[in-house]
Design a protein around this ligand. Structure first.
Ligand code: ADP
Ligand code: MG
Length: 243
């Protein structure tokens, strides 16, 4: 379980520094599929980077399975996997196989276990058989899926994806969404950050919307859909236009 308790984050030291996240409290049970939305600059990326200890709050607490993320960053990073908005920043090796093996290698796992995890993670995103491909030759959708595989190879309880659909065409988007549905069905908690909910609403357990660093909506997808347009978040037409 992930718990944010009155988390505030400011960039910069001065009193007038922008408050990116402003007193957010959220409890995210294991296995939950949560969509985190809100306009650009509303604090989504800042907030999720607290969940695995990448950022520390200026006030409040972040608990991962009951332990403060800052106290045990290694545990936080193995429990909460994260794939970023711009996966280019995240790759550490030249090839698909090298990249997906990097995390498990750093956990000090034996070779058989590293192989098993790398194979499972690549299969989960449909990149099996592509181990020797150079990352620079992958399409945008494949890079996003590789970023997800890198996080999955850590076998996290929760997977955080920050704007994973940005720049993906429709087939790539559907492909990734299918993989996410499978992971959720297998018990992995998902936290998907997006400003565009098109296909996601039907799959999520819960929708949280941020505005100016504060939670303004925290509801079931159906209830949230009615409130989101007010905060500049696109929701699908209902019934969905056939496409
Ligand atoms: P979102 O992901 O919802 O677009 P962010 O968390 O990236 O929002 O940003 C929230 C606020 O914090 C914005 O006002 C943004 O300009 C500011 N911000 C984000 N990252 C930094 C940074 N590294 N330094 C200074 N300000 C930042
Ligand atoms: Mg962001």
């Amino acid at each position: 379980m992930l718990e944010l308790d009155s988390v505030t984050h400011r960039y910069g030291e001065d009193a007038d520094a922008a408050t990116a996240v402003d007193g957010v409290s959220l409890t995210i049970p294991d296995g939950e599929f949560l969509v985190l939305c809100g306009p650009n600059g509303s604090g989504k990326s800042t907030l999720v980077r607290h969940l695995n200890g990448l950022l520390e709050p200026d006030a409040g607490r972040v608990l991962v399975d009951g332990t403060e993320a800052s106290e045990d960053p290694v545990a936080a990073r193995t429990t909460v996997g994260m794939a970023f908005q711009e996966p280019r920043d995240q790759f550490v090796a030249a090839t698909v196989g090298g990249d997906v093996r990097f995390g498990p290698e750093n956990l000090g796992l034996d070779h058989a276990e590293i192989d098993r995890r790398a194979d499972a993670a690549l299969a989960a995103v449909g990149l099996d058989g592509r181990e020797n491909d150079r990352i620079e030759t992958l399409s945008g959708g494949e890079r996003e899926r590789l970023a997800v595989a890198g996080a999955l190879a850590m076998e996290p309880n929760h997977l955080v994806l920050d704007e994973p659909f940005t720049g993906l065409d429709s087939p790539a988007r559907e492909g990734l969404l299918d993989r996410l549905r499978g992971l959720h069905a297998d018990g992995t908690g998902l936290i998907v950050v997006t400003h565009d909910l098109r296909e996601l609403l039907g799959d999520a357990d819960r929708v949280v919307c941020l505005a100016d660093g504060e939670v303004v909506v925290d509801a079931s997808p159906d209830d949230a859909a009615a409130e989101l347009p007010e905060y500049g978040v696109r929701v699908p037409d209902q019934p969905a236009a056939g496409n």
